[in-house]
Structures are given as C-alpha cells and as structure tokens.
Design a protein around this ligand. Structure first.
Ligand code: PEP
Ligand code: MN
Length: 334
C-alpha cells in the first residue's frame, strides 16, 4: 500500500523496483490509495527493507495462497463477454445443451429450443471423459463442427470440453469457451495450455476438491496470462449416494467473497436426477451464482450420455421463466 496522494513518478519507481525482484506487479486503487500486488516467488525479497522505501505505507502478505484470483488483489468483479452474454455482470449466463453432441439433427433441434427459451450459450461435448472405455466417447472434431453450426444458426456462443493439451488449439477453433472438466481440474499441463489460449475457460470443480484447491487451479490459468476464467460448481463426492453428487451451494458465497471471478452452477451433474435439476438451479441463482450450465435433450431416453439428468426442452423453458422471476428480486437480468 502506497502513501496517500503519492506522486505518480514515485509510484512507478516503486513498481519498477519490485519488478527487479522478478515479481509481476498489478496495480489497483483502494479507498483512494494505490495498492501494488507483487506476485511471484518472493522468497528472496527483504520485505522489511521494502516497508522502509519512501512512498510505501505498508506491506502485507496475501492472506491466502492464491493471489491473482483473489478479491484482495482485484476488488472488482471480473466480467467476461462471450457473444451476447456478459458473464459476471448483473446479466445471468445461461448455458444449455446436450451432454454430448450426437448428430446434426440432435444438435440443431436442441440449439433451437434452448435459444428460444433464453439461453445465450450452447453446451455440448465432442470429447467426452467417460468412466467406461466402452461408452460413447464423443464425435470429436465432427461434433465441434456441428455444435458451431447449430450455435451460429440460432445466435448462440459455444462452450465445449477440452480433455487434453494437444486438443486446445482444435477446440479453440470452434468453441468460444474452453471447458476443463472436473476430472481434469488438477491436470496442470492442461491448465497451463488453456492459460495461453485466447479463449475464456470454464473451470469445473474437481470431484473431491476443496474450494482452495479449485481456486489454486484457477490461479495456474491466470498465472499463464489468461485472466478469463469462469468457475463452475458441479457437485462433489460425499458419503451420500442418492444423488450423483452433492451440489455444494456453500461454495457460491464463499467463492464470491474470496475471488473476483464469475461462478456458475451445473445442477445437472450436481444432482444426476432430472427432476432435481430445476429446484437446485433456482437455489443456485438465489444463492448468488452468475449463471447456470444445464443439460437439455429432446429425447433424453435415447441420449448417448447423461439422459437421466437431462431436462426436456419444455422443462428448460419453464425453468428459465422461474429464473427470470428469481433474478428480478436480486437485480439480475437474463
Ligand atoms: C459435462 O459437462 O458433460 C461433464 C463431463 O462434466 P464434469 O466434468 O463436471 O463431470
Ligand atoms: Mn454430462
């Protein structure tokens, strides 16, 4: 924290001296004072000496292990604009679509229905992380092409999962948002690769990850230069087995306090049960989530993955109407 009313030249000089330690310096205004966030390995820095520099009012360590994702460091919320949606603003991000892209007719039918209901971003997996090697693994690049065409036909943006480092440029060619799945939340090579990509990243929380581990994974992406990270709570493993996962709605207000990044909720994987999706979606928005990612299928009984948790298009439309009403109370729009 620099002295109040410090001369600009002095502030810049202090920033330069910090950079000479090999730290990256991020400047923010805090209650009329300039705060310099010095990020990196500072083991060799004599912070007592820094506190004595002229113009320096105070030196304090980041209160948590994460830095770039921290609200201490960046008090204002990050807003990520994708297509017609400003994710992290008062506008709620509505992402919807099938678990997997299965074919042209399926992709176009669902895209049309979710667009009509009010979604702005089409989801759909082309590279699928499946528990069994004998389950449908996705259509690959062909699936990405279909997803892109279906989204463009109805004015939607695209989010799709990238499973592996070499896939990043390929998925980035077709998708507006790169999804890192729950199973890959701690695949640090992949986090670094998407950290260099010119696309926002949707980072799902790992199956058994703490909030701190999740935020540290986001820190990996930001540390590579990509500040456009959307966090997604999708349920965690607990002793409860009735539902597929336990959707941790606590995580929403906790992450909102700790971080400036937008946080959305996936009640489809969070519950695994079609008729539990809408109540948890409503609860997520009431708890302050910045949006929802929901699986929708026009023929869920024949879906190639996650049919049991997929909403039918009319169920999705009714849910969006309810979300609109709940959002209004909270000053949020669609
Ligand atoms: C998905 O979005 O279809 C998916 C596989 O999600 P998760 O990584 O959260 O299991
Ligand atoms: Mn799925």
């Amino acid at each position: 924290m620099l002295e109040p009313k410090i001369a600009e030249a002095v502030a810049q000089e202090i920033a330069t001296r910090l950079r000479l330690f090999g730290l990256s310096v991020h400047r923010a205004e805090h209650q009329g004072q300039i705060r310099l966030g010095a990020v990196g390995d500072s083991a060799g820095v004599d912070w007592k000496a820094v506190r004595g520099w002229s113009g320096v009012a105070d030196v304090s360590p980041f209160p948590r292990p994460f830095q770039l994702v921290s609200r201490t460091f960046h008090p204002h919320p990050t807003v990520i604009t994708v297509g017609r949606c400003a994710i992290g603003s008062e506008q709620l991000a509505l992402m919807a679509g099938p678990c997997s892209v299965e074919g042209e007719e399926q992709a176009f039918t669902i895209a049309e229905q979710v667009a009509k209901a009010g979604a702005t971003i089409l989801r759909g997996g082309a590279y699928k992380p499946r528990t069994s090697p004998y389950s449908f693994q996705g259509l690959g690049e062909q699936g990405l092409k279909l997803l892109r065409r279906a989204a463009d036909a109805f004015g939607l943006a695209v989010v799709s999962e990238v499973m592996d480092t070499p896939q990043v440029p390929l998925v980035a060619r077709y998708a507006d948002i790169l999804q890192v799945g729950a199973r890959n939340m701690q695949n640090y090579a992949l986090l670094h690769e998407v950290g260099h990509a010119d696309r926002p990243v949707l980072l799902k929380r790992g199956l058994a990850s703490t909030i701190e581990e999740w935020l540290m994974s986001a820190e990996h992406i930001l540390s590579q230069g990509n500040a456009q990270v959307i966090l997604c709570e999708r349920g965690i493993r607990t002793f409860e087995t009735y539902t597929r996962n336990t959707l941790d709605l606590n995580a929403i207000p906790v992450v909102k306090e700790l971080s400036h990044l937008p946080v959305i909720v996936d009640p489809s994987h969070g519950t695994g049960i079609r008729d539990k999706v809408a109540p948890m979606a409503r609860a997520a928005i009431a708890a302050g989530a910045d949006g929802l990612i929901i699986e929708v299928h026009h023929d869920p009984d024949h879906a190639l993955s996650d049919g049991a948790q997929s909403l039918r298009p009319e169920q999705y439309r009714d849910l969006v109407d309810q979300i609109r009403t709940i959002g209004k109370v909270l000053g949020r729009t669609l």
